[in-house]
Design a protein around this ligand. Structure first.
Ligand SMILES: Cc1cc2nc3c(=O)[nH]c(=O)nc-3n(C[C@H](O)[C@H](O)[C@H](O)COP(=O)(O)OP(=O)(O)OC[C@H]3O[C@@H](n4cnc5c(N)ncnc54)[C@H](O)[C@@H]3O)c2cc1C
Length: 395
């Protein structure tokens, strides 16, 4: 029996034992995890069956067709897209056992405490300090993070902090799994250009993290964080969409609905964007096929780059097509959305929110540097701080 057929048989048997109509939602999700039908590529015992990643879409489709509850993936994008693969790759057995299941079921939401006021693009410049308390073995963390999406809902965070100031910046960082309910964690909303507050500032004052929540070795934080960031770019830019899915579908529909707004120039721009969107979609298919064979590489940076550019291009075109209607903005009330809702909101929202696409998950300028250096093999940007201890860097 092929792996695909065997998987389909497992889903049928699971559904026979756990009727989605009568089983409690969380119980259903926990049982699905235990049956290895959550992340099928993950090892047995950690939500998977050690199968190819390419089978995930199939198992998700079978559950969706049966009317099974999903784990609300958009509400826990950072957990599922970034924390989980990093914990799987670098975590101890105890960490995998403790964190992966409630992460997958959505019982515990995760956020990402990476960026700081002085360390965004240059993440390795971060200054949040983690100092080991020799008596208890715990780490004591002090500093400020910024742009932390979803921190208001998060139970846990992936956190990078500086543990050694005597070595060059890339070598003195360590990666932690932080409990957002611990004393000393202060989450304050930041309002965006859309009027909403998806993200926050997070102040960390004497937050104590047990050493069992260190992910990877002390000083290995840069390597672990880079693994997370490669996954982040794919998670943001590499979503599987049908033809005319996402923004291009919305704008194409507006074009069909509004013959009076058409001009040859807008027609030309729409067609160019449509072709670019199709190229990006098919590149995404190829990237996911490559991913099924291994971990995401720097190609994900190109995907995220074109996703951001297209979203901005298309949301601008949509406003032009809508004329005056496009300038109306329905609601400026400060809300804390559960996720970014491009397709469910009006054109003004899409236009404003798309601005963030070229910043979140790494700016387009930085992604171009990555593509230039790691994909095309062009000479690296000059870096004068590579061999200088962090404490001697001008700040
Ligand atoms: C909607 C949204 C959600 C976010 N969510 C999170 C989150 O959950 N967690 C988190 O940790 N962070 C998050 N971020 C932060 C995001 O990752 C950073 O904003 C981003 O990395 C840029 O850093 P910065 O804002 O400090 O800009 P800076 O680093 O100050 O950059 C400013 C400008 O200079 C350019 N620049 C800087 N260095 C170079 C260079 N070497 N070459 C060329 N150009 C350069 C940049 O590209 C940019 O245009 C989020 C951001 C947004 C917009």
């Amino acid at each position: 029996m092929s792996a695909r057929d065997d998987l389909a048989r497992r889903v049928v048997e699971f559904l026979a034992e756990h009727d989605p109509d009568t089983t409690d939602r969380v119980e259903f999700l926990r049982a699905r995890y235990d049956a290895g039908l959550a992340w099928v590529a993950f090892p047995e015992g950690h939500g998977g069956l050690g199968l190819s990643r390419s089978l995930q879409a199939e198992v998700d489709r079978l559950f969706a067709e049966a009317g099974a509850p999903d784990n609300n993936p958009r509400a826990n994008g950072i957990g599922l897209g970034m924390a989980a693969p990093t914990i799987l790759a670098f975590g101890t057995e105890e960490q995998k056992e403790r964190f992966l299941k409630p992460l997958w079921t959505g019982e515990e939401i995760w956020c990402q405490l990476f960026s700081e006021p002085g360390a965004g693009s240059d993440l390795a410049a971060l200054a949040t300090r983690a100092v080991r308390d020799e008596a208890s073995g715990e780490w004591v963390v002090n500093g400020q993070k910024v742009w932390t999406s979803g921190a208001q809902n998060a139970r846990f965070a992936i956190l990078v902090a500086r543990t050694d100031v005597d070595v060059p910046k890339h070598r003195g960082m360590t990666y932690f799994l932080a409990d957002m309910t611990d004393p000393g964690v202060d989450v304050r909303p930041l309002r965006q250009v859309t009027g909403e507050a998806e993200f926050n500032e997070v102040f960390l004052s004497d937050v104590r993290i047990p050493d069992t929540q260190r992910l990877g070795d002390e000083g290995q934080g840069w390597q672990v964080a880079n693994f997370t960031l490669n996954n982040e770019r794919v998670a943001i830019g590499g979503r599987a969409l049908p033809r005319e899915g996402g923004m291009v579908g919305i704008v194409s529909q507006t074009w069909r609905d509004r013959p009076e707004a058409r001009t040859p120039e807008l027609h030309d721009r729409l067609l160019r964007s449509w072709v670019e969107a199709e190229v990006a979609r098919l590149t995404g298919v190829r990237l996911r096929q490559k991913l099924a064979q291994g971990v995401p590489g720097p190609e994900g940076a190109a995907m995220k780059l074109s996703f951001a550019r297209l979203n901005q291009q298309l949301s601008g075109l949509e406003l032009e097509l809508l004329g005056e209607d496009g300038l109306r903005y329905s609601d400026w009330t400060m809300v804390r959305p559960e996720h970014v809702d491009f397709t469910g909101r009006d054109a003004g929202y899409r236009y404003l929110r798309a601005k963030g696409n070229s910043i979140e998950g790494g700016t387009s300028e930085i992604l171009r540097n990555i593509v230039a250096e790691r994909v095309l093999g062009l000479p690296a940007e000059a870096r004068g701080d590579k061999d200088v201890p962090f404490k001697e860097l001008p700040r």
